[in-house]
Design a protein around this ligand. Structure first.
Ligand SMILES: NC(=O)c1ccc[n+]([C@@H]2O[C@H](COP(=O)([O-])OP(=O)(O)OC[C@H]3O[C@@H](n4cnc5c(N)ncnc54)[C@H](O)[C@@H]3O)[C@@H](O)[C@H]2O)c1
Length: 319
């Protein structure tokens, strides 16, 4: 049996290799980031371990031995799960290794923007100590509203953490019963209401055709003047050109962006030219602990499937 890890990025430690003991499988690492590369180099794979590689129907039709795909993380937008199911390929993922990290990162962006840390940092470095007024407009959390779009695992934990700082929390999630949102201490609202009320609009939703550009030029216009946009979920949820324009016009005060439509973003991405925007390299999930956990869970599940056992985190064939 052959397992190919194709992301070319994540390192593997002895604690992960331990899951393959006794399996008698060959483990190979190759960087195969395109459909063509996967088809050319992974034809004989029984298992793939992937990060963001395109697992399409075309790739699946060529990888005839494939039995299982383990995805390092929760997002499945790079995998055609329906095509995997049709091909009899088990997909596994890791939905729960970095909820703490992503919610903390969202809060870090919110608080940094709220406290104008970038502005103050730059003033002090330029030798301006009496720069208090640069923070004009800074407001207490207890006087501000955090609007969460998506109230799943990460949305809920972001709400719990933000509540401790005093923010009023409102949430829009049409697939979550309103009682569940209320029970978690947030007010369930429509998207329109959220956009009109929130000082911070934070996205915690998957990338789907329905959520594409949910923060569009029109949505930005409906937002409060001086509000902020936070995206630690997926690129494609925010119309980046429209957001940059809304910030330049002064309607939106700034943004915290961890995920971009194109990653890495091109140097001429308009958001990168704006001081009011804090960016990070799709790193919201990262901590020493989450990084180890996500790899171990993929190795454990891929090994389980190759042994003929049920994986702990199946995406398809759940029965
Ligand atoms: N930046 C990172 O490093 C990183 C790491 C992990 C996860 N993520 C992202 O965070 C997102 C949220 O993760 P999670 O674990 O909370 O997922 P989850 O599945 O628990 O929650 C997603 C929520 O979004 C809701 N939703 C779906 N479509 C919606 C819509 N159109 N409008 C409003 N709500 C909608 C669902 O009902 C669900 O409650 C993931 O989809 C992933 O894209 C990013």
């Amino acid at each position: 049996m052959k397992i190919i890890k194709t992301d070319g990025m994540l390192t593997v430690e002895p604690e992960q290799f331990a899951y393959l003991e006794g399996l008698g499988a060959e483990f190979v690492e190759k960087t195969l980031l395109t459909e063509d590369a996967l088809i050319a180099e992974a034809k004989d794979a029984d298992a793939l371990m992937v990060l963001r590689e395109p697992i399409t129907a075309r790739v699946l039709s060529e990888l005839r031995n494939l039995k299982v795909i383990g995805r390092f993380g929760v997002g499945l937008d790079s995998i055609d799960v329906e095509a995997c199911t049709r091909a009899g390929v088990q997909v596994t993922y890791v939905p729960d290794s970095n909820i703490d990290e992503v919610s903390t990162h969202a809060l870090a962006l919110i608080l940094s923007l709220a406290r104008k840390l970038k502005t103050y940092d730059s003033a002090v470095r330029k030798g301006r100590w009496f720069a208090m007024d640069d923070g004009a407009g800074i407001t207490r959390p207890s006087k501000q509203v955090l609007g969460l779009i998506g109230f799943g695992q990460i949305g809920r934990l972001t709400a719990a953490k933000a509540k401790a700082f005093g923010y009023e929390i409102i949430a829009y999630d049409p697939y979550m019963p309103a009682e569940k949102i209320s029970a978690a201490g947030a007010n369930p609202v429509s998207l329109e209401e959220l956009l009109g009320k929130a000082d911070f609009v934070s996205l915690h939703i998957p990338a789907t055709p329905e959520t594409r550009n949910i923060i569009s030029a029109d949505a930005l216009e409906k937002m409060k003047k001086g509000a902020f946009v936070i995206n630690v979920s997926r690129g494609g949820l925010v119309d980046e050109a429209a957001l940059a324009e809304a910030i330049r016009s002064g309607h939106i005060a700034g943004a915290g962006i961890d995920t971009f439509e194109k990653e890495p973003p091109s140097p001429d991405n308009p958001l990168l030219a704006l001081d009011q925007v804090i960016v990070s390299p799709h790193a919201a999930h990262y901590s020493t602990q989450s990084y180890a956990e996500v790899r171990s869970k993929v190795f454990a599940d891929v090994a389980a499937v190759l042994r003929g056992e049920k994986p702990k985190y199946p995406v398809n064939f759940k029965g």
